[in-house]
Design a protein. Structure first.
Length: 137
């Protein structure tokens, strides 16, 4: 397995099967060009097998932390440690960038994700409620 940072929209397009829907070149370019945004792709024998995205978040009284925004492993490559490796690689990148911590939100009933994050050293920080706004027309 080889984990590399995505730097071009073409790399993201080649890994499109790892996403929930079709990727768009302009959105990929915007993501990659935004300061503090990061995508790592895991390759097995040259094939994209998994990806993780992270977004740095800074606050005046807290400093900068990394949000693990999304993790995906192709179904055919699951249970091989790829999700754990991607999570740890993102944590290493967060440390190298000077982040004081890393966090994510995960559905409480997503046992596979919870096991992956626990195996990478994440701890349960308690229950929280998530709210969202649909802003797009």
């Amino acid at each position: 397995m080889d984990i590399r940072r995505a730097v071009t929209p073409a790399e993201i397009a080649a890994a499109e099967s790892l996403f929930d829907g079709p990727v768009r070149e302009e959105w990929s370019a915007r993501f990659l060009g935004a300061p503090g945004h990061l995508m790592l792709i895991a390759y097995v024998d040259g094939v994209p097998a998994g990806m993780v995205t992270g977004v740095e978040m800074s606050h005046p009284d807290k400093g900068t932390e990394m949000c693990l925004y999304e993790l995906s492993v192709d179904e055919g490559y699951r249970r091989r440690g790829i999700g754990r490796a991607l999570t740890l690689a993102l944590a290493d990148e967060a440390k190298a960038r000077g982040c004081y911590g890393m966090w994510l939100g995960v559905d409480a009933d997503n046992e596979a994700a919870l096991a992956t994050y626990a195996s990478a050293g994440a701890r349960n920080e308690g229950l929280f409620a998530m709210r969202g706004w649909a802003i797009a027309p």
